[in-house]
Design a protein around this ligand. Sequence first.
Ligand code: PEP
Length: 253
Amino acid sequence: MRKKIVAGNWKMNKTAQEAFVLATEVAELVKSSVSADVQVIMSTPALYLTGVNQVIEGIPNLAVAAQNCHEKASGAYTGEISAPMLASAGVQYVILGHSERRQYFAETNEQLAAKTDAALANGLTPLFCCGESLETREGADFLGHVAQQLTESLFHLSAEEFSKVVIAYEPIWAIGTGLTASSDQAQEMHAFLRAHIAKKYGQSVADSISILYGGSCNAKNAKELFACPDVDGGLIGGASLVAADFITIATSY
Ligand code: PEP
């Protein structure tokens, strides 16, 4: 059985006070409404990770994620946060390779390989994002493009290491645009990526990896997307900023 995961990516939103209110509302709703076999994650701005962790203490299926980490453990990298720092602060998950990090901060597949290594070496679970632009989707080999992101950033890992990674397929043309991949488009990519993983690591590893869908997933379309056999949950941007919407998504299985 693959783990079902619904992760909210708050991005650069919410004041400290608003973050506390949202985290508290989500915590209450997870306790009252979300099935214990669904792992819910809030990826908050780094500044709020420890505070939100206190709010959610004792709720086994609720955790926080960082939105990024540096590949080095420490040093003169002003403004950055390392994987050992996150781990020492009680953070369990880290989003890596979000398309906004790739686009605005020029993160490459090679750098993401190093960040993945840093995360795993410190016991963090990477939520590794991949996905194609609209231009690539309209070209010949959009499936191959996304597979290559996995190959170049993850396929140096041992099977044991790779098994700890969560993949999030996020078509860039669907992020924050209101355009969602259809369930057929999502299923096609997820099944393709699982087959790609199986070729490298074998079918049982491929079958154990959670592959989340992200891109304008919301309270209305989550049920249809999550019904796809290879979709194991979602990475949710905008809709994770309202507790009731986020929890409707987390209960959409
Ligand atoms: C995201 O940023 O990961 C995302 C999926 O955003 P949205 O849900 O707003 O499209």
